[in-house]
Design a protein around this ligand. Structure first.
Ligand SMILES: NC(=O)c1ccc[n+]([C@@H]2O[C@H](COP(=O)([O-])OP(=O)(O)OC[C@H]3O[C@@H](n4cnc5c(N)ncnc54)[C@H](O)[C@@H]3O)[C@@H](O)[C@H]2O)c1
Length: 358
């Protein structure tokens, strides 16, 4: 596997890829000065599985917070525990923070880094496919509040991202599939060539170079959008494709669905809404096929009442006084921000609920 220093469209973020095979430590040599003695926030499962590689990094750290990766723990209480741990370690403004884990630990760890002492330098080391292709880039940090997703957060892009696909060797299949949902989302938004690569990694055994190519393509699409609208006042809302329905399903099922599984169902449901507004009629079938190929669910196991979903939609960050802005897939590379009033939403509601029952 080749090592790369990638420049995607987000100039403030340097992305470095590396292989872990035969390495004694996670940090490449050139990191030693700039990222010396970081405060570490690490996923407990990753520490358990990658202990040998992480020990040298831990030994030279300014402090360590180990976190179990569960949505119910992605909250303000855990965030305050991380701040306490940073304070007890006596870290300063010039101490960098390195977060090693999936999207969940990266979201809360990045939020701790962006708020403690009003902001510390941040490196992210994604260890799940979902985090490599999506969550590590773009600067969104956050915690859940009252069971609703990412209600409190900041925009704080990492200065450095270290992508090591070897971490995926220990990732459970279900989590690998979860990452594919965000890849399908990105392909729909901005790069259909990802679809062909996706077939290679879902049908055949994933190969590290294919993974790197997909990660690069996904980060290019995301970076190209985020760089124009970091604080999500317009275009960036397109990256919420699948998430209006997805986040609501995730919360409604009390996080029994993984984030990626919920986003996959969201893509399918939102494609049905787009068809009702004139979108490509073939698209829901094509999305369903890709989800099935990746082993992702295409129907809901739990029954969710319309009333509960409507209440959860109110927590969507694209909600306005007179309805909500939906990111809808009208076709490949033709996703549109579409304002739906509460009355229009009531009409489209049965469309996607029926589809998700199928
Ligand atoms: N900030 C963003 O732009 C953004 C984008 C998408 C999703 N997210 C957030 O990301 C989260 C989902 O992230 P995720 O799918 O990475 O899930 P996750 O971080 O919860 O990780 C999933 C599971 O995999 C385990 N794990 C992590 N790395 C592993 C490895 N290498 N080997 C074995 N097990 C490993 C974790 O312990 C956990 O049990 C959600 O909270 C979502 O809101 C954020």
């Amino acid at each position: 596997m080749m090592d790369f220093n990638w420049t995607v469209s987000m100039p403030a973020t340097n992305i470095r890829t590396c292989s872990l095979k035969g390495e004694q430590s996670l940090w490449p040599n050139e990191f030693s000065d700039e990222w010396e003695h970081p405060f570490l926030i690490i996923d407990s499962e990753v520490i358990r599985l990658w202990d040998n590689l992480l020990q040298p990094v831990i030994m030279s750290a300014s402090g360590l917070y180990v976190m179990e990766s569960r949505e119910v723990l992605k909250n303000a209480f855990t965030l305050s525990q991380i701040w306490d741990s940073m304070s007890a370690a006596g870290i300063h403004r010039d101490t960098p923070v390195a977060v090693i884990g999936g999207g969940l630990v990266c979201d809360i760890g990045a939020m701790a880094a962006s708020t403690y002492l009003r902001g510390l330098r941040l490196m992210l080391v994604p260890t799940t496919l979902l985090c490599m292709v999506d969550a590590c880039l773009g600067g969104k940090t956050g915690v859940n509040l009252a069971g609703a997703k990412n209600q409190v957060g900041t925009f704080n892009p990492a200065g450095k991202i270290l992508v090591a696909p070897d971490f995926l060797d220990t990732l459970p299949d279900r989590e690998f599939s979860s990452g594919i949902a965000e890849i399908i989302k990105t392909a729909l938004i901005g790069d259909r060539s990802i679809q062909g690569l996706l077939e290679r990694i879902t049908i055949e055994k994933p190969n590290k170079n294919d993974i790197l190519e997909i990660v690069h393509k996904c980060l290019e699409v995301k970076g190209g959008i985020v760089v124009r609208d970091l604080r999500e006042t317009g275009t960036r809302m397109l990256l919420n494709l699948g998430h209006t329905i997805g986040h609501a399903l995730e919360s409604a099922g009390e996080f029994r669905l993984s984030h990626g599984e919920a986003v996959g169902l969201g893509l399918l449901g939102e494609a049905a809404v787009a068809v009702s507004l004139g979108g490509n009629r073939e698209l829901p079938g094509e999305i369903r096929f890709m989800l099935e190929q990746a082993g992702l669910p295409t129907a809901l196991n739990d029954t969710v009442s319309g009333e509960k979903l409507s209440r959860l939609f109110e927590k969507d960050k694209k909600t306005r006084r007179d309805g909500r802005i939906w990111a809808l897939p009208f076709d490949w590379c033709d996703c549109r921000l579409t304002h739906l009033t509460p009355d229009q939403e009531k009409k489209v509601f049965p469309l996607f609920m029926n589809l998700l029952k199928a």
